[in-house]
Design a protein around this ligand. Structure first.
Ligand SMILES: Nc1nc2c(ncn2[C@@H]2O[C@H](COP(=O)(O)OP(=O)(O)OP(=O)(O)O)[C@@H](O)[C@H]2O)c(=O)[nH]1
Ligand SMILES: [Mg+2]
Length: 413
């Protein structure tokens, strides 16, 4: 069965990767104001917020996901997040925790580059003031590029020899060489398609190999830029510089530390807070019947500051938008497999839309079936209203996104 989507959090030491992971999950990854706090990767489940199909079909009262949550049609679909060790310049040569970090990244389907936009940490993650974070965006991409290129170049003469001897296609040879980055044939084909007029592999010069690696990197590691620490007074000017320089990049402003704090205060019943919104309510707003705890002056001030410096200025702490941005880069569509296509339940139960999987837009429904059910023989696929859906019909938001798979009894292996 296909693997689940993995989002990798990358960036230099102390940019806030672990804080961001903690802000998006129930993880408790170690956070510290010193480089290389994280050594072994932390993995945790985050929740991508989507509009659930239950709202469209007016059955939100009955919606009870097996995994994640659904609140009045806003559904959190689990998605795997990976927080790795910080990357420093020349990591591809093994500096810092370089090679280890890069190896940990291979299973990521897309990256969120956590940039410390406050300029209070240098390229190595050490405390400073006035550092230009624009540099980080450039060298980080370059490190990943050099890492992949280095791995390929090391073996290039023998790759070409083998390619000739086995009369392989370019795609077959590259698949063998780049498959280790959890890249399948479609992904590598896409990278090649972006380079029309490419010569046969045995004729590639260094410049062509570099072009191919760049293209591979673009499809293997599409990247969201998280401009983190936006709560810091020095952040503003750096944010505008980055947005001007990278107008086409997906950019999200975040204050992970604020999200972590708000979640903690909500758990301790000092505030009522819905992640992804600008609203926090305290006992002063809702009264004692709210069950919220009273605030002392220090906490009251702190909450006022968060409202003024983060929530009212930016609309939210930004972290919820990070996962939405990543899902949109990956072009993921929520698809709901149901047993009973007429009432959307899992069969006998009263609850609807128990399952939801994230599938790339345009995927044929038969591939969705394989991803979910493995290698069984499918007799028929039905969509809403019990209509038959052709195996090669594709999924999109609101189209072929609620499916019932009828399997041939005993037709598996
Ligand atoms: N002001 C501010 N500080 C933050 C924010 N996010 C993280 N920090 C601080 O930045 C420091 C580093 O945070 P970590 O989450 O440990 O950073 P990391 O990227 O995981 O670092 P390594 O594991 O060393 O690579 C800590 O002191 C955090 O409190 C933020 O949004 N705003
Ligand atoms: Mg860390």
């Amino acid at each position: 069965m296909a693997r689940d989507t993995v989002i990798g959090l990358v960036g230099k030491p102390s940019s806030g990767k672990s804080t961001t992971l903690n802000s998006l999950t129930d993880a408790n990854a170690k956070v510290g104001a010193f480089p290389f706090t994280t050594i072994d990767p932390n993995k945790a489940t985050g929740y991508l917020e989507i509009d659930c199909a239950c709202a469209r079909h007016k059955v939100s009262d009955l919606c009870k996901p097996n995994y994640g949550y659904c609140r009045q049609g806003k559904r959190g679909v689990p998605i795997m997040l990976l927080d790795v060790a910080g990357l420093v310049p020349n990591a591809h040569l093994g500096r810092g925790l370089g090679n280890k970090f890069l190896g940990d990244l291979t299973e990521a389907d897309c990256l969120i580059h956590i940039v410390d936009v406050s300029g209070t940490t240098d390229a190595e993650g050490k405390a400073t003031r006035g550092y230009d974070p624009l540099q980080d965006i450039e060298w980080l991409q370059d490190e990943i590029f050099r890492w992949i290129l280095g791995n390929l170049m090391e073996r290039w003469p023998s790759v070409v020899r083998r390619h000739r001897a086995t009369k392989s296609t370019t795609l077959e040879t590259l698949r063998q060489q780049l498959g280790g980055y959890s890249a399948n044939k479609q992904l590598i084909a896409k990278a090649l398609d972006l380079l029309p007029g490419l010569q046969p592999l045995q004729d590639w010069d260094d410049a062509t190999i570099q072009k191919v690696v760049r293209s591979f990197m673009d499809v293997k590691f599409p990247t969201v830029l998280a401009l983190n620490k936006m709560d810091h007074p020095d952040a503003d000017k750096n944010v505008s510089k980055i947005i001007l320089k990278y107008p086409k990049s997906k950019v999200v402003l975040t204050s992970s530390i604020t999200e972590v704090l708000l979640r903690k205060l909500a758990n301790q019943k000092f505030i009522k807070y819905d992640s992804g919104t600008e609203f926090i309510d305290t006992i002063d707003d809702l009264g004692p019947e709210s069950g919220l705890k009273p605030l002392d002056d220090k906490l009251r001030n702190r909450i006022e500051n968060i409202r003024d410096l983060v929530l009212y200025r930016f609309g939210s702490t930004g972290v919820v938008d990070l996962l939405k941005a990543a899902a949109s880069l990956l072009d993921l569509v929520p698809v709901y497999p149901v047993r009973n296509i007429h009432n959307f339940s899992g069969g006998s139960g009263n609850n609807v839309f128990r399952d939801c999987v994230l599938i790339k837009r345009g995927t044929p429904v038969i591939n969705v079936a394989r991803k979910i059910m493995g290698d069984v023989t499918i007799a028929a696929i039905e969509g809403v209203g019990g209509q038959r859906v052709g195996e090669e019909d594709t999924v999109d938001v609101g189209k072929n996104d609620i499916l019932s798979f009828k399997i041939v009894p005993g037709g598996g292996n």
